[in-house]
Write a protein of this length. Structure first.
Length: 111
């Protein structure tokens, strides 16, 4: 449970930014916070592997034409974290946001 709380603190402490696909700036996007919350819930796990503790990543996702999110990239130096993220996030279950935005979600796993 302590790990879960620490993960939550780190994810929200890093904040969230949005990058637009069409140079559209929308700092008031409520969808970005909703997407971050959903991703956090998918990654929350009391059994976090030791190989990813203290690791950081930045993921970019966007809503495709078929209404399903697609993972555009995972920036991290930790292969185990990259695999963990890809295995845990079920993009088909994320609720839709804005089609014109690419969501950038920073992630840091507690040590």
């Amino acid at each position: 449970m302590k790990n879960l709380k620490l993960l939550l603190v780190f994810v929200f402490a890093l904040g969230i930014g949005t990058v637009t696909a069409h140079e559209k700036v929308n700092n008031e996007d409520k969808g970005a916070k909703w997407i971050t919350t959903q991703i956090y819930e998918m990654l929350a796990d009391e059994e976090i592997p030791d190989q990813i503790r203290g690791a950081r990543a930045e993921i970019k996702i966007a809503l495709a034409d078929d209404g399903v999110y697609r993972l555009l990239s995972v920036k991290t130096n930790n292969k185990h974290l990259k695999d963990f993220i890809k295995a845990r996030i079920d993009f088909e279950n994320l609720e839709p946001g804005d089609k014109d935005l690419v969501y950038v979600v920073p992630i840091e796993i507690a040590e």
